[in-house]
Design a protein around this ligand. Structure first.
Ligand SMILES: [Fe+2]
Ligand SMILES: [Fe+2]
Length: 533
């Protein structure tokens, strides 16, 4: 009895030991393969696969060809490989119908894949011995090639290698598919790169607001949408943009009211796959036009709350929104908010610069008794001329400031000379000439005037070099030439203590005598065209 018992124990022990040895490699493989689940990027996953296979199969060098849908081909991600395979090639088509590990020779001989060049390249350049497709559903997400490494010519896979590769394949089907989905999601986000440019195309914030949904539709599909702007004084949200919703049907809402009001209050984006089955949103009466799946995201930052935008996909839509769309909307909303904040900031700077220009030119007006309204008129002529010369809006803007400030340096000249009711002496003329340089220095104090300070400095230059600084055509900005022409015209058409104003026709005639000397023909013609209307 005892003997039998011992024998039985011994038999069992033997069996257990055998099982352990057999399972050891398998458990080890499984354990090693678990590391594949820890991928964060596709390239990281590919590198783990290569390292795993090469450690497990002696003498094998592995290459992973991943499907790159944007290029319609399979390519190596971890290196700049020589070979890429088109995803509509016969080779890819045959491979997608295979499973397991296929010997290279069988793939190209038996299957008669009509691409002998690809076969030669895989064989000659990489020493390819086996090919393993990774198919998820009906989609081949990748294929691996196992190649002979260095001196291990023509290695042959053993049975346990095959088992290992089968297990690896099932892991890769899931992991590579998940990675490809993640990459697709990232690519969708990348589509948003054009959104800031769409926003910048709008001249005014109002245009940007009105086009909010049209611009968004380029990046994301939705059935309906509404956007609200927060009114800080009244503490309400008033709708400013609509898509497929009648304006009259969207009332002003309080903070915390409806979907959008709640999102604004909590300042947390909300994504709901189906409103009608949501415990809270299905009971909510506000915003009945938001149906199906919806996404609502705040616009702005916690410190600078601008509003909220909500979009919906009706139940009839092909597919409901996913969380990726929420991310897209969050990014789009951030772009929108940053554009609004930047424009508001720019407007404030512009207002402040304009008030500086106005106070400087007012100070000059107060000092110069005989040239009332001169700077304003010169600026007006300059704008009219610049429009005819085809100047950009920005360039005209700066020219206008330059014209308003062209004589600002006269602030630094004594009143006795500025307001002398008779012709100036040579000495006085020399002193008054300094106003160009003084103006340049005054404007140099503000970085905003860096460009226009030269318009001011050179507004008494002539093409032939006979001006204050002796600069010739091309050596000073064209804007100075425009200001100079307008300046002379205004002087001629204004009363002076020692003469009466000339008519516009007479003045233009006098100006025309200076074509080629003080200003070129283009500038004169722009002036004449503006005056003659
Ligand atoms: Fe001047
Ligand atoms: Fe002037």
């Amino acid at each position: 009895m005892v003997k039998r018992k011992v024998k039985k124990v011994s038999k069992t022990a033997k069996r257990v030991v055998w099982k352990d040895v057999s399972n050891f490699a398998s458990v080890n493989d499984e354990f090693a393969m678990d590391s594949l689940n820890n991928w964060t990027t596709t390239i990281g996953l590919v590198k783990s696969v290569i390292s795993l296979v090469e450690r497990r199969i002696e003498g094998c060098e592995t290459r992973v060809f991943i499907h790159a849908p944007e290029f319609h081909e399979y390519r190596e991600m971890d290196k700049e490989g020589i070979i890429t395979v088109s995803d509509d090639s016969l080779f890819a088509g045959f491979l997608a119908m295979e499973s397991g590990v296929i010997p290279m020779e069988r793939m190209f001989a038996e299957k008669n894949v009509a691409d002998p060049m690809l076969g030669d390249m895989l064989r000659e350049l990489y020493g390819c011995r086996y090919i393993m497709p990774v198919v998820h559903g009906f989609e081949m997400v990748a294929f691996l090639i196992l190649c002979s490494k260095g001196t291990y010519k023509k290695f042959i896979l053993k049975r346990d290698d095959m088992q290992f590769l089968q297990k690896l394949n099932s892991r890769l089907q899931i992991n590579l598919y998940a990675a490809s989905i993640a990459t697709r999601g990232q690519r969708n986000l990348l589509n948003l790169k054009n959104y800031p440019f769409a926003l910048q195309k709008h001249k005014m914030v109002a245009d940007m607001n009105n086009s909010l949904f049209d611009d968004l539709k380029e990046e994301i599909t939705f059935t309906r949408g509404v956007a609200y702007r927060y009114d800080e004084d009244l503490q309400i949200l008033y709708p400013f943009a609509f898509s497929n919703v009648e304006r009259d049907k969207v009332p002003t809402i309080k903070v915390g009211e409806g979907i959008s009001g709640q999102v604004f209050k909590n300042w947390i984006p909300v994504f709901v796959p189906d409103r009608s089955s949501h415990p809270a949103y299905s009971l909510m009466k506000e915003e009945p036009f938001i149906q199906g799946s919806f996404i609502s995201v705040p616009i702005g930052t916690e410190q600078k709350r601008i509003g909220v935008v909500t979009i919906a996909r009706s139940k009839q839509s092909k597919e409901p929104f996913s969380v990726e769309h929420q991310y897209m909307m969050e990014i789009a909303s951030a772009f929108f908010a940053s554009e609004v904040i930047n424009r508001n900031l720019r407007d404030k700077i512009e207002e402040s610069n304009f008030s500086v220009v106005k106070s400087l030119s007012n100070a000059l007006e107060a000092k110069d008794l005989y040239t009332e309204g001169h700077s304003d008129r010169v600026a007006n002529y300059c704008v009219g001329m610049a429009k005819r010369l085809g100047y950009s809006k920005e360039r005209i803007h700066m020219l206008r400031y330059g014209a308003l400030l062209h004589d600002i340096g006269k602030i630094g000249i004594t009143d006795a000379i500025i307001n002398k009711p008779a012709k100036l002496t040579d000495e006085e003329r020399l002193i008054i000439k300094k106003h160009a340089e003084i103006g340049y220095k005054i404007l140099s104090a503000n970085p905003y005037f860096i460009e226009i300070r030269n318009f001011v400095r050179y507004h008494h230059e002539h093409l032939d070099g006979s001006g204050y600084y002796g600069k010739k055509e091309g050596e000073y900005p064209e804007e100075s030439q425009i200001i100079s022409c307008a300046d002379v015209f205004d002087a001629l058409t204004s009363d002076r203590p020692y003469r009466k104003a000339l008519s516009q026709e007479e003045s233009l005639k006098i100006l025309s005598q200076d074509i080629g000397r003080k200003f070129n023909k283009r500038i004169y013609e722009a002036m004449a065209a503006f005056i003659k209307g």
